[in-house]
Write a protein that binds this ligand. Structure first.
Ligand code: ASP
Length: 320
């Protein structure tokens, strides 16, 4: 290969493949986790699509299950737990399951997708009935919210679907196995330039489904971010990030642009509802910054959570 004297290959001699390799190496990878309110209905799915399409670096997407559309609405995950409980108590669960099925089929129809979810839903219903009747824990039932969200999002974005049961691994005692997961996830995601990896669950040896604690899609997102050595972990929710004080106590508190992991822990200790320590751990040890963003206001830069920053004194002070 010809060298232009600056230690780089001459652009005119670069093959298309080399050019795209260089482009890829210059591009940071962004992992984007979307919470339940960001995927509550077709309108929200469209916002997510626009956010992903706006930035080619957003290559890996970790969705939650559809959340509430209004204060009195139901979260899909809560309904799935309810299905499991109904079977355990030998109460018919068709009505509850139909609410879930209608919600997903409505989203697919409103998005105009050619995705046949009917068979998936029938198999989910059958397996919930079988696992609950066998006395298994509710993990399988609960995990299907993210699984079905992921199928829809992958179809909408044209991204590959990677089932976390294959890549997010727990040990036989149900404890998350970080090392095996890291190795498996990194190897697998290298084969997918762009993929949707549903949040909240993985599997135990033998293939049984295991979920994290409630709200655990944040953890999945951080694990995926570490797995692909992301430049940033974007956590998309329905607020513009963190505030200097609790808005229920202090009117119009100032927005926090940058906060360190350590300060975040203090905030959580003082009672602020922010990402919990367990969720941050995989990205904190890998030194990956977290950017909390608002799906409903994507132009807002949100809050950056970083390892080190200028002393808080120069940025104003925080109270929980
Ligand atoms: N859908 C799960 C829950 O409601 C996990 C998550 O949203 O992070 O807890």
């Amino acid at each position: 290969m010809k060298n232009d004297g600056w230690g780089k290959a001459s652009p005119s001699r670069q093959t298309i493949e080399q050019k795209s390799q260089i482009r890829d190496s210059l591009m940071a990878i962004k992992v984007c986790k979307f919470g339940g309110t960001s995927l509550a209905d077709a309108v929200q799915f469209r916002k997510v699509e626009a956010i992903i399409k706006a930035d080619p670096e957003r290559r890996y997407v970790v969705p939650s299950a559809p959340g509430k559309r209004s204060p009195h609405d139901k979260k899909i995950t809560d309904l799935l737990y309810l299905c499991h409980a109904h079977v355990q108590q030998e109460i018919p669960f068709d009505d509850v399951f139909n609410i879930i099925a209608d919600r997903y089929l409505g989203i697919v129809a409103d998005l105009g997708l050619k995705l046949d979810l009917k068979n998936e839903l029938a198999s989910v219903k059958k397996t919930i009935a079988a696992t609950a009747a066998a006395g298994d824990p509710a993990d399988y039932a609960a995990s299907r919210g993210e699984y079905l969200s992921g199928l829809i999002l992958a179809a909408l974005l044209g991204y590959d679907f990677v089932d976390p049961a294959d890549v997010i691994l727990f040990d036989s005692r149900g404890r998350f196995d970080g090392e095996r997961t890291q190795e498996t996830l990194a190897r697998r995601l290298k084969k997918h330039e762009r993929a949707v990896v549903p949040g909240f669950y993985g599997s135990v040896p033998g293939g049984g489904i295991k979920t994290f604690s409630r709200g655990g899609s944040d953890i999945s997102g951080a694990i995926v971010a570490r797995g692909v050595a992301a430049g940033v972990y974007e956590n998309w929710t329905d607020v513009n990030g963190l505030l200097m004080a609790d808005p229920r106590i202090v009117p119009n508190p100032r927005h926090i642009a940058v906060v360190t992991y350590k300060e975040l822990r203090e905030l959580a200790y003082m009672g602020a509802t922010v990402l919990h320590d367990e969720a941050i751990f995989p990205v904190r040890i890998a030194g990956i910054p977290v950017n909390i963003r608002n799906t409903n206001q994507p132009q807002h830069p949100g809050t950056m959570i970083v390892q080190d920053a200028a002393p808080m004194a120069s940025r104003g002070s925080i109270t929980g």
